[in-house]
Structure formats: C-alpha cells, structure tokens
Design a protein around this ligand. Structure first.
Ligand code: SF4
Length: 447
C-alpha cells in the first residue's frame, strides 16, 4: 500500500488517497490528485487532516473487499467527529463491486470505477451537495481513450498510459473484468504528451499498458511504429515500456529496439508465467513453451546484448511436479537477470478460480522457494559480468548525507556511485566495481 501525500500545498480542503496495486493505479492516483487540485483540494499527509478520503483499490490480492472494509473502518471515528468528511473507493474493487460496495460498507459516500476517474470532480460535488450516495462504475467501451497525462511533479522519469484494459482473458487474471476492453490512445496525443513532459524536464518515459505490444491507434499505428516515432520525433532521452505479452512480441518490434538502442534500453521483460505448454494452454496464454523460446532466440539474434526478466505463477491449478520443473529449467535456459514470481491464488470472476484441481498451499510455497533458490544461483554470476564494465546511468536521486547518486542503467540495473546533487536528470558513465543481483556500485568514469 502506498500513501500519496504532499503537505507542501495548502488550499482549503484536504484530500488523502491510499493506493493499492499496480502502476496503473499509481498513475490513476496521480490523475485523481491533479483533477482534485483543479477542484481546490490539496493533498494532505494524514487522514486526520482530510475532508476527503479516497481508497484506490486493487483486486489482484486476497480478500480485496475485506481489505477495503477494514481500511474504511479505521476512519469511522474521524467520520463520527466530522460528519462532513467524505469517503470514497475507486479502482478495481469499485469497478467490480459497484453499488454492492455501498451496501457492504455503509460508511462510504461514493464508489467510482476505473473509467470514471475524470468524473471525480463532478462526483465529489454531487456528494458534497448532499445528493446522496453516488455510484459511477460503467465501462465506457464506445468512448475513445483520450486522456492527457496529468502529473503534478513529473521528476526525471514518469509514466504515460498508452492503452487501457485487456482482451486476452488469461484464466488467472481479473484485469479484463476490472479494466474492461482494450483501448489505445492516439499516437498524436501521446507525442504531444511526451513533448510537454520533456519541456518540464522529464528525461525518461515508461509507456504503460496491460499489454503494450497490442497497442493499435485509430490511425492504424502499432506498437513498433509508436516506439519508433517517440524515439525519432521527441527529445525524450530514454523510453521504457511495460508490460509486454510474448504472443505479441514480434520481429518488427525487436528491429525498432535494435535501431534505437541509444534511447530504448536493451532490457526486455517478457512474462512467461509457466514453462509448460499444457499449463500455458490452461492459462489461455496463446503460446507454447517452444514458441516462447523461439521469441527469446529471435530477440537474442537481433539484440545480442538484451537482458531479460519475467513473471511467473507457481502452482497454477493442476500444475504437476513435472510441469513445475519445466518452469524451473526454463530459468536455467533463458538466464533471466530477475524474476517476479508468485504462488497462484484465485481471483474473483476468473475461470481458473473455478478449476477444481487447486494445488495445496504448502506445495505452491515449496515450489516457489525452489524457484527463488535456482534464480539466485543464476543471477549471481550474471551480475558479476557487469564488473569493470562502464554503464550509462540516468541519475534519479542523490543523497546529500552520503554523497551517493542513484540511477538506472540501460539494463535496468540500479547503480549507486559517488556524485553530486546536480547530477539528477543527467546521464553519466559509471564503471562498476561491486555487484549484487539487482544493485550495482561503481565510480564515475572520467575520460
Ligand atoms: S494479458 Fe493476461 S495477464 Fe495480462 S492483463 Fe491481460 S488478461 Fe491479465
């Protein structure tokens, strides 16, 4: 859970937002703050200072409604002391539960879904005008996906949504139910956004979507074309993107990556989820183990310096020990620099939640531990290969007390080195002298 706060601004009314879940939700919270600032709300550091509390919820977790209920319960006293305090829930749980959430949690004043964020000022004004409880949670399937990126303090690196929703219906995933059908923003709108962020000092953008490489704008431009245009027609220094689906990761995209290695890091996050074809089929992932390997080989052929990471679900319903071992051996074969692995847990509305052959919890945990253990063995020697190499590091932070500047290399490695405050936002060559799997240390390389 992240608490979004900033007590530096002091307008009349205070808003406190807690954010759960993924980058999409973090971006949505930033959008809520921007919209509410225009409606004269300023962010506050604690719920006690707020006249408006919003929980931006996530349903990709256990007992999501229960979690929202218990957080709202913590505000009961505040509401008793200040009946003018309004409490609302947005995000995926709101989208999923709609008006049922108001019934389940009587303390709530409003519920708004993932397509209703831009209506937030109106919703708040209706709630404040005592027009009763408000629910706004319809998907706007027909409406074009047009949203200017709203970021209050963009910093060195910021996120830009390019798509919304997902049509893939992986059997474990709740996103198609909470974010609706996939829609893409227009390329011209995105270029305008990125140009304006660049003018505000942003050096790196991460293009975000549930499945960025199925991006398709109304003018017919696909993701490779979008990446190429951002690289060529804007002054942004670095372009990242997340998340990719292996079935849509094609040669055209890799050619663009190879053409623009000066701007697009050779770091590829390609979520495999399982290394076994039968499990992948039950997950409805749209590729086999062999096809995934073909993609990896195709990428390695065109981009020989590419580094990889992946997402894995361990203990999907019906996964046998042999099938799990296919995932295990996949790590050894691909040699990912990092993995994001979790045990399977059922999500509401999803097909897999109804599968009867659920794997016992202790087996899932035991497999996950084995997976992490082998990944550690793989990642250590990979990290050592960075020793004495000079990496280009875009500095994002500087600690004045320690004198250490921190940034990320084009391989997505966090790198620390002795620097200065004015290094923030600039790229420096750093020679690595100490390695850990996720973090590297080095010295500024002087010519
Ligand atoms: S591609 Fe699959 S895992 Fe990713 S958001 Fe869509 S349904 Fe979920």
């Amino acid at each position: 859970m992240l608490s979004h706060q900033d007590s530096s601004v002091n307008l009349n009314k205070g808003v406190f937002i807690t954010t759960y879940g993924c980058q999409m939700n973090v971006n949505d919270t930033e959008r809520m703050f921007s919209l509410l600032e225009m409606a004269n709300y300023s962010p506050v550091s604690t719920p006690e200072e707020a006249s408006l509390i919003i929980i931006n919820s996530c349903s990709v977790r256990e007992k999501p409604v229960h979690k929202v209920r218990s957080e709202v319960g913590r505000y009961r006293k505040l509401k008793q002391n200040n009946p003018g305090l309004k409490i609302g829930v947005g995000g995926c749980v709101a989208q999923q539960e709609k008006k049922k959430l108001l019934k389940d949690i009587p303390l709530l004043d409003f519920v708004f879904g993932t397509d209703a964020i831009d209506k937030l000022p109106q919703i708040i004004s209706d709630v404040e005008a005592d027009e009763g409880k408000v629910v706004s949670a319809k998907f706007e399937h027909q409406k074009p996906y047009q949203i200017e990126t709203l970021v209050r303090n963009p910093g060195v690196s910021t996120f830009v949504n390019i798509t919304k929703g997902c049509d893939n219906f992986c059997t474990f995933c709740v996103v198609p139910f909470t974010r609706g059908r996939e829609r893409s923003r227009t390329m011209s709108e995105l270029i305008t956004d990125i140009n304006s962020l660049t003018k505000r000092g942003v050096k790196e953008v991460t293009l975000v979507g549930q499945n960025v490489n199925s991006y398709l704008s109304s003018c017919g431009s696909d993701f490779p074309k979008l990446l190429k245009t951002v690289a060529k027609d804007t002054d942004i220094e670095r372009i990242r993107y997340t998340t990719c689906h292996p079935k849509d990761f094609n040669e055209d995209l890799v050619e663009v990556l190879a053409e623009h290695t000066d701007k697009i890091p050779e770091y590829i996050h390609l979520p495999v989820q399982s290394g076994n074809s039968a499990v992948l089929e039950r997950m409805n992932r749209g590729y086999t183990r062999e096809q995934y390997f073909q993609k990896i080989n195709m990428i390695k052929n065109i981009l020989p310096h590419a580094v990889f990471s992946t997402d894995i679900i361990v203990g999907f319903p019906g996964e046998t020990e042999e099938q799990f071992m296919d995932t295990y051996t996949m790590l050894e074969q691909v040699k990912y620099e990092s993995i994001y692995a979790f045990t399977y847990s059922p999500r509401p509305f999803t097909k897999a939640a109804k599968f009867t052959d659920q794997v016992p919890e202790h087996e899932k945990s035991e497999r996950l531990q084995r997976l992490f253990a082998v990944q550690k063995e793989i990642a250590m020697p990979l990290a050592k290969t960075y020793m004495d190499k000079v990496l280009q590091v875009l500095v994002e932070e500087h600690n004045e007390e320690t004198g250490v500047s921190t940034g990320r290399s084009t391989q997505n490695k966090v790198v620390h080195f002795a620097g200065e405050k004015n290094f923030i936002g600039k790229t420096f060559p750093v020679k690595i002298n100490k390695t850990n799997p996720m973090t590297l240390y080095g010295d500024l390389q002087n010519d």
